[in-house]
Design a protein around this ligand. Sequence first.
Ligand code: ATP
Ligand code: MG
Length: 565
Amino acid sequence: MSSVRIPTVEECLNGETKNFIEEAIDRDLEEGHYDHVHTRFPPEPNGYLHIGHAKSILLNYGIAKEYGGTFNLRFDDTNPSKEKSEFVDAIIENVKWLGADFGGKVYYASDYFDQMYEIAVKIIKKGDAYVSDLSADEIREYRGTLTEPGKEDPGRNRSIEENLDLFARMKNGEFADGEKTLRARIDMASSNINMRDPILYRVAHLTHEHTGDKWCIYPMYDFAHPIEDGIEGITHSLCTLEFEDHRPLYDWVVKEAEFEVPPRQIEFAKLYLNNVVTGKRYIKKLVEQHIVDGWDDPRLVSISGLRRRGFTPSSIKAFVNMAGVSKSQSTNEYAALEYCIREDLKPTAPRMMAVLDPVKLVIDNYPEGKTEELEAPNNLENESLGSRKITFSRELYIEREDFMENPPKKYYRLFPGNEVRLMYAYFVTCTFVEKDETGKVTVIHCTYDPETKSGSGFTGRKVKGTIHWVNAADCVPLTARLYENIIDEEKGVYNEDGSLNLNPHSETDVTALCEPALAKAKAFDRFQFVRNGYFCADFRDSKEGAPVFNRIVTLKSSFKLPAKQ
Ligand code: ATP
Ligand code: MG
């Protein structure tokens, strides 16, 4: 079995060392603030999820599971201009695929618009919110800076009656977009700019996916989110660090709304990948400019892209665990993600032969017309995967890079006069080569030694190189897609002219030759192709008889497992 075991998300979260979120929850339970734990994952349906969201999903779900609590999937659909039902469906699929059990019920923030409105009215009645006539630009201007306090809004001292009337008229569609807002009446001199009378509601005549044209006012995120949490009975609202400065406002809304069980916000650091773009807005650009094949292009680190490429849920869980949960921002190596998928597939993926850059090899002393059946184990680390029969005959294909006419020192593969093992078969010695007019090798000629058959117990001599091959008589063409990073964030996402700085080699499609069994691969079947890496049958493009495989990862790793802390 594999040498390094990947911990599961449960093991990581239930490990001896608790992360700071678990410590906070333990204290909350001990001190009696809560008697249970209820978390949620609250995506905005304005794009597909990415690897960073996987961290949030697995963290929220893992915490709920660990404490015997509940985990909600809730769409934060309070901004109708960017939201689409395509995204809702894809997100639900992704969350299920990752194994985060949300109990089958999907929640929508838009289902709470009535309650949000009622809470806004309640806050106005307490004298803690008012209707403003300022434009967005004016509000920004009045807000002040980090060093200067803000200026009071002329609407700040309106009577409660007038505010109630104006707010009702906002709701009834009497005002144009941007003409009025509802603002919290907190403190224009607060050192936290988020507390300088933030906007709670805006006028926006937009049709909403769920509520249609019922509303022409929509709540702002900072007002809506704590209310969504409160209504659902969320105890611990886990979010990313950029909301830390918004926490006083979160708490203000929770207090004003007077929830029986007030939810508590805790922030953690986002997951970032070095060199790889993760942000929704970059991925969106690549999709909208048709640079990639949709949101699930295997080059993307969207969850759908990772899935299509061939990553498994457990490899993503392992990666997220390795990244850990902390309060300080750090970045993670893509190589660590690759490490996790290799470790996951090593004992589970059958190992087959496919030649990515084929050149013919002829064994001149092997009888013409003869075919032998050889036994090939399916996985050297996992005997339970059994073995298969492969055919062998006089004409084969091998990898072009496994032959060199003038090899450097320590090249142990094929060159004139050298002997190597053909995997699962015989020793062959290169005798001569044929070339075309450009000097390119077209056929490699060899002789074989019948005594050296694999498994025959031959011990006469040893060879240093073993190479893979396919039988010319029955091999099948296969499209192999080889990938590189599409945009290197560190090298700059944009060119000087504002276009995206793309790696022109992000995808190379080659026609490989493979064992016939691979032509029957089903969508998402994963294999190790000897020496060439782990590959996954593309669920959209691969057909029986015309296989298309995405390379998930090569076999070589530069990644070093971090030392145990
Ligand atoms: P992006 O930054 O890619 O645009 P977002 O934050 O706008 O994503 P949301 O749909 O608002 O996406 O996020 C849903 C949840 O996922 C939020 O709780 C957010 O904090 C969390 N989240 C987003 N990005 C990351 C990340 N890189 N690592 C961990 N959690 C994340
Ligand atoms: Mg967002």
